[in-house]
Design a protein around this ligand. Structure first.
Ligand code: GLA
Length: 371
């Protein structure tokens, strides 16, 4: 199956899930409404993030009605999505954006299982053809297909279950970017590139430093598997959420960019600080995320809590992130490490690094290019 014409660079956008969680990181069904999603879509445009490349508005779990309609079709919740999913897609398209939606290969979505939320039939199991057709009719541009209720998955293995939907999409809506998620349980990097544009490599990323570092550690050795049209997905951004500090947000953004990760913002775009906005839309950082120089970033230095993640750039030279994982200030002689290059530039400030050693606050990073 030919999927290489889609997602030639890592997809960028906003996803509702991290935003519409309650304080215990659990799904908040009431918060997921058509007006709330549209408010975020408008903010994506008004903030300049859309112009910076954030194109997709992905509505994650919790939009569904309690049960399918009389024809067995998936429908939006009647109170919270009064105008229907197609209306929402049309509105998002009229803003110049693209529309993404969530579904699962089992019988229940992930949020349903936590809440024991009504019927058993909201997943796409044995509805793959009808659901793919509905996505096509609604104008869906991006599908997040999430491995939920795996144990009631009709005996299909994960590759089979995900491929089944891929085949249906290929038949009726081949333009849909196909994002799969099995939390890295079944080594999807080995088989997903055949039919998916991106695959999750880990469990959910939570908005605190330990989770960011744990997720990062799970990306080691995954660099051979991504390429244009097919990306490792270390999960959606938590920048601006939870307990992440300024330094931690910055490290999170720089690291996801060096990994060529999909950049799906998950914060409240109507209320973000300038600091968060500046980080999400920094052109130099985004350019590195979107650049394909032959490999995503990999770990090239790891000593005493200081790491360097590095990738080749299509324009020559390399881009890297110097990360301080420690709780105290660290100094590192970056120029000595990159002495074979003519210049080393701090991507954030645009200035050359010429001091003998750079200082990094706890959990902070420097993103640099060396040429
Ligand atoms: C899982 C996924 C999340 C989100 C929720 C929705 O936890 O990993 O990204 O889609 O399901 O219920």
């Amino acid at each position: 199956m030919e999927t290489t014409m889609k997602a030639l660079t890592p997809p960028m956008g906003w996803n509702s899930w991290n935003r519409f969680l309650d304080v215990n990181h659990r799904a908040d069904f009431e918060a997921t409404t058509e007006e709330a999603v549209l408010e975020q879509a408008r903010a994506l445009v008004d903030s300049g993030l859309a112009a910076a490349g954030y194109q997709y508005v992905v509505m994650d779990d919790c939009y569904q009605s309690f049960r399918r309609d009389y024809r067995g079709r998936l429908v939006g919740h009647p109170h919270r999505f009064k105008s229907g999913i197609k209306y929402l897609a049309d509105e998002i398209h009229s803003l110049g954006l693209k529309f993404g939606l969530y579904a699962v290969p089992g019988t229940q979505t992930c949020a349903q299982q936590y809440f024991d939320y009504h019927g058993l039939d909201l997943g796409s199991l044995n509805h793959e053809r009808d659901d793919a057709q509905a996505f096509a009719e609604w104008g869906v541009d991006y599908l997040k297909y999430d491995w939920c209720r795996a144990h009631i998955n009709d005996g299909l293995s994960a590759p089979e279950a995900f491929k089944k939907m891929a085949d249906e999409l290929a038949a009726v809506a081949p333009h849909i970017v196909y994002s799969i998620s099995e939390y890295g349980l079944f080594e999807s990097h080995l088989w997903a590139p055949e039919f998916a544009n991106l695959w999750r490599t880990t469990d959910d990323l939570l908005p605190h430093w330990n989770s960011v570092m744990r997720t990062l550690d799970q990306q080691v050795e995954l660099h051979p598997y991504s390429k244009p049209g097919h990306w490792n997905d270390p999960d959606m951004l938590q920048i601006g959420n939870g307990t992440l500090t300024k330094a931690e947000n910055r490290s999170h953004m720089f690291l996801w960019a060096i990994l060529n990760a999909p950049l799906m913002a998950g914060n409240d775009l109507t209320r973000m600080s300038d600091e968060v906005l500046d980080l999400l839309k920094h052109p130099g950082v985004i350019a590195i995320d979107q650049d394909w120089g032959g490999s995503q970033g990999r770990l090239v230095h790891d000593l005493d809590g200081v790491q360097i993640w590095q990738k080749p750039m299509s324009t020559g030279g390399v881009a890297g992130v110097l990360l301080n994982r420690n709780d105290s200030v660290e100094h590192f002689d970056l120029l000595a490490k990159y002495s074979e290059f003519d210049s080393v530039v701090d991507v954030w400030s645009g200035e050359s690094i010429d001091g003998a050693s750079v200082g990094l606050d706890a959990h902070d990073s420097i993103m640099f290019t060396a040429k």
